[in-house]
Design a protein around this ligand. Structure first.
Ligand code: ATP
Ligand code: MG
Length: 266
């Protein structure tokens, strides 16, 4: 079965596995169940996008994988390790909607930052070269620009380069292009697929945009709300080397129509 194979054709390893995960928060108004009975596997080297109504628990799920939120029931593994151990091993990096760059540091200094802050144990051989990463995200020549001298899209490119500097195996992205205009977002979607192809990294990407989820994802994890559960894990049957023009095809339009239907309240 094609889905069980990696891009190289060999049997695929599992990058992220979630089993019967529940996350509950204690609030002043009582207990909130953000996620319940959530189980899925993400194949190593794949891109999975996540869609679901606002408040259904998408960010909570990414944060649970990253060991930023405590799991109440069930378990998550990242390359066979508990999230806590995966965090210590620097198995993943996070990119948020806001690039969170330090305003007084240049692009290259921002990319270098994780190598300076609390990175004991990361050797020169293990990390990627900041200059090469800025080239990878299309920012060669802008190494010395300060964040305020860059556009929103360029700042997100710097944030992606910074996330890649410790060579994580998994990139967790929470609406990273949500604040960008459509053209910038389109460009970054294409760039992200190219970066994914060049690095072989596993990506989990949250978005509110159905076309973005369908274009980027090999699979789309659709969540339903109250509490957040897996509605369906949809396989996206589009070519692996897809270009943006694929969005004008009948196949793509059928896929987005199906995703839209899955997002309707049950
Ligand atoms: N730290 C917290 N304390 C209490 N409740 C929380 C906390 N974090 C999230 N929640 C609740 O958990 C639920 C899921 O929130 P979450 O932010 O994961 O949703 P989301 O799907 O990312 O939403 P959006 O699409 O708006 O970003 C919501 O009901 C939210 O209020
Ligand atoms: Mg969110």
């Amino acid at each position: 079965m094609a889905a069980a194979r990696s891009r190289s054709g060999s049997a695929a390893a599992t990058a992220i596995s979630a089993r019967d995960v529940a996350v509950r928060f204690e609030t002043e108004a009582g207990q909130v169940t953000a996620l319940e009975d959530v189980s899925f596997d993400v194949e190593a080297g794949s891109i999975v996008t996540m869609l679901g109504p606002s408040g259904c628990g998408k960010s909570t799920l990414l944060r649970a994988i990253a060991d930023l939120v405590e799991i109440s029931e069930g378990g998550i593994q990242v390359f066979g390790r508990r999230p806590e151990d995966a965090r210590r091993a620097r198995d993943f990096a996070f990119v948020f909607q806001d690039s969170t760059l330090l305003p007084w540091r240049s692009a290259i200094e921002n990319v270098r930052l994780p190598l300076e802050v609390g990175q004991a144990g990361v050797t020169v051989e293990q990390h990627a070269e900041p200059e090469e990463l800025l080239a990878l995200v299309g920012l060669q020549g802008r190494e010395n620009a300060l964040p305020h001298e860059l556009s929103g899209g360029m700042r997100q490119r710097v944030a992606i380069a910074r996330a890649l500097v410790c060579r994580p195996r998994v990139l967790l992205m929470d609406e990273p292009f949500g604040a960008l205009d459509e053209i910038n977002r389109d460009n970054l979607n294409e760039e992200l697929r190219r970066i994914w192809e060049e690095t072989g990294i596993t990506i989990m990407f949250v978005t509110h945009s159905i076309p973005e989820a369908a274009y980027l994802g090999q699979k789309v994890l659709v969540l339903s709300a109250h509490p957040g559960r897996v509605r369906e894990f949809v396989e996206i049957d589009l070519p692996i080397d897809r270009k943006l023009a694929v969005r004008d095809t009948v196949e793509f339009i059928k896929i987005t129509a199906r995703l839209r239907k899955l997002l309707e309240p049950v």
